[in-house]
Ligand binder design. Sequence first.
Ligand SMILES: [Zn+2]
Length: 91
Amino acid sequence: MIMYKCPHCGNESISLYKKANLDMRYNSKCKKCGEKYGLHSYSYLLDLMFLLGYFLILRTNFTEPIKIVLGILLFLVDTLFNILFVPIVKK
Ligand SMILES: [Zn+2]
């Protein structure tokens, strides 16, 4: 299983699932050292970009099932971006 390093103690204590679900609004605590970590602040910009994407999907003339599929695809891309490009930082 893929694990990510805590920015404080360097232990691989953050699971892939945990990283994919990190939210800018909340900080998480490391299981090993108890210090807080979270996503880098530029994830706000990514969130705004994806929000705009969802809005654009809703505004298209596609049928509802196609909008739902596009929405799910965008959600998966959003999650993938969080995993691959947004670093975990100290809080
Ligand atoms: Zn730690």
